[in-house]
Design a protein around this ligand. Structure first.
Ligand code: C2E
Ligand code: MG
Ligand code: MG
Ligand code: MG
Length: 286
């Protein structure tokens, strides 16, 4: 409990500090400078296949290495970047960086590795997004099937005319789409039919209460059953212990992501993880 409180207090303190210490224009100026000065970096959190325990990919998660502040978490600046439209150039940086890194790992470690990139609503509504992604794929040599975009339910409620055409263009490229934080939005399930969603990512709030909370257990099972009936794969986020992992495996969940296996880590650390993982696989096979 103390740990829980400590963490929440810290987050609250950070937000409060950011708001008080910086006027919006200062934050905007700092963010613009950060893009130019290359102050952002990506951390990567592994995703595991629940059948064989192999690393099947990673989610790229942005961090801001702000001078004199250390690493700033995305929740501190992504919503503001979205609000002022700076998310579009920032998101482009994330896409190119993540695809480039993923292809490096695919080649170095000879693995079929998928990279997931978070795309905010404003980015997804940018009609130039598919063309930009195509350019990134060509430049990085990453195959389209190795890229997954994580979008949120909120996007699907927006009455955007060209939303369907962006989906079509992205699907034509061969890229998959995951619905992030599934179960927390207010979207109606009919969206699952209307849009070409390949994967549901069950929100951490359900996983956190497994196995104690019977409602979370039932809802998680129902999401897994529904996704398989609709031909989608399913990923659980926020898996923090072995009980949750065992439950999810038994329930037929495809992939897990969470602190139980690894927190989001730096490029160097992730490269090391991939090497160790390969070694353990080889020793199991021999
Ligand atoms: P998300 O896409 O749902 O990412 C998962 C978040 O859950 C990450 O927080 C990750 O560190 C955290 N997490 C993963 N496993 C566990 C666990 O077992 N326990 C707990 N307590 N937490 C876990 P992070 O990195 O702080 O990112 C927060 C959010 O910021 C992301 O949520 C995403 O919505 C947004 N975000 C991050 N990077 C980007 C980006 O490049 N572009 C956009 N548009 N949004 C981003
Ligand atoms: Mg995500
Ligand atoms: Mg998520
Ligand atoms: Mg989340």
């Amino acid at each position: 409990l103390a740990k829980e409180l400590g963490r929440n207090n810290y987050q609250f303190f950070t937000s409060d500090l950011m708001i008080r210490a910086q006027h919006r224009y200062t934050l905007e100026r700092n963010l613009r400078r950060a893009l130019v000065e290359d102050e952002f970096l990506l951390y990567y959190q592994p995703k595991l296949n629940l059948n064989d325990g192999q690393i099947v990919g990673a989610e790229a998660l942005i961090r801001w290495n702000m001078p004199d502040m250390g690493l700033v978490a995305p929740n501190e600046f992504i919503p503001f970047a979205e609000e002022i439209g700076l998310i579009v150039p920032m998101g482009r940086w994330v896409l190119s960086k993540a695809c480039e890194q993923a292809q490096k790992w695919r080649v170095e470690h000879q693995i079929d590795f998928k990279i997931s990139v978070n795309i905010s609503p404003k980015q997804f509504q940018d009609p130039k997004l598919p063309q930009f992604i195509l350019e990134v794929l060509l430049a990085s040599e990453l195959p389209a099937h190795a890229l997954q975009l994580e979008i949120t339910e909120g996007l699907l409620m927006v009455e955007a005319e060209h939303l369907s055409s962006v989906f079509d263009a992205i699907k034509t490229l061969g890229i998959s789409i995951s619905l992030d934080d599934f179960g927390t939005g207010f979207s109606s399930l009919s969206y699952l039919q209307r849009f070409p969603i390949d994967n549901l990512k069950i929100d951490r709030s359900f996983i956190r209460e497994i196995p104690e909370n019977q409602d979370s257990v039932v809802l998680t099972k129902a999401i897994i059953a529904m996704s398989s009936a609709l031909g989608m794969s399913v990923t659980a986020e926020g898996v923090e212990n072995i009980e949750q992992m065992d439950f999810l495996r038994g329930a037929g969940c495809d992939e897990i992501q969470g602190f139980y296996f690894s927190k989001p880590i730096s490029v160097e650390h992730f490269s090391q993880l991939l090497s160790e993982h390969k070694l353990s696989r080889q020793s199991r096979l021999s």
